[in-house]
Design a protein around this ligand. Structure first.
Ligand SMILES: [Zn+2]
Length: 164
C-alpha cells in the first residue's frame, strides 16, 4: 500500500490526517537528472493533510539526504534537502489537481515535484570553494589532495581552466 495516500473518507471524518515515516526515493520515483547529485537515502516526511473545500492542504516537514559533487573542486559531500514548514494547497481532481483513485488521494506527485525543485542547482562543497587544485604534471586532477596549495594554487587552477 502507498504510504503517501490519504483516504478522503477519513479526511471528511477527522479534521486532519497525519502521515509520518520515510519512503524510498525509488518508490517515490524521485530521480536526479543531474550527474552531480545522487540520492543518498529515503525521504523523511511528517505531514498533516486537511480538506479545504475542493482542495487539499498538506503541511509539514520533508527531508532527503543527497550526495553531491562540488561543481568547482569535484569533491563529493553530503547535502540535506530540508523543507521545514512546507505547505501546499492543491485542488482535488481535474487536470491540474491531485488524482483521486476510489477513496484515495496520492500525495506522491506533490512531494516529488517540490523536493526535486529544492535540489541545489550548482552544488558547492562550501560557498567559498576555491576550485580545483593545481593539475599534476601528468595532467590529471587530484581533487581533495591539494589542501596546502591555498590561494595561489587555486588562482593558477582558475587560469588553467581559462586556457582550456
Ligand atoms: Zn568544492
Amino acid at each position: 500500500m502507498n504510504p503517501l495516500a490519504v483516504s478522503l473518507r477519513q479526511l471528511e471524518q477527522d479534521d486532519a490526517v497525519t502521515l509520518q515515516g520515510d519512503i524510498d526515493a525509488d518508490q517515490l520515483q524521485i530521480e536526479s537528472f543531474d550527474e552531480v547529485i545522487e540520492i543518498a537515502g529515503p525521504l523523511r516526511y511528517e505531514l498533516t493533510a486537511e480538506l479545504h473545500g475542493d482542495a487539499l492542504l498538506v503541511m509539514g516537514d520533508l527531508g532527503l539526504p543527497l550526495k553531491c559533487t562540488c561543481v568547482r573542486c569535484l569533491r563529493s559531500f553530503p547535502y540535506e534537502v530540508e523543507l521545514e514548514g512546507w505547505s501546499s494547497l492543491t485542488p482535488l481532481g481535474g487536470e491540474e489537481g491531485l488524482q483521486i483513485a476510489g477513496d484515495w488521494v496520492d500525495l506522491t506527485p506533490l512531494l516529488r515535484d517540490d523536493v526535486v525543485l529544492a535540489f541545489p542547482q550548482h552544488p558547492l562543497c562550501e560557498p567559498e570553494c576555491s576550485g580545483l587544485p593545481t593539475p599534476k604534471p601528468g595532467g590529471q586532477f587530484a581533487p581533495g589532495t591539494d589542501s596546502a596549495g591555498g590561494e595561489s594554487a587555486s588562482q593558477w587552477a582558475a587560469l588553467d581552466q581559462l586556457k582550456l
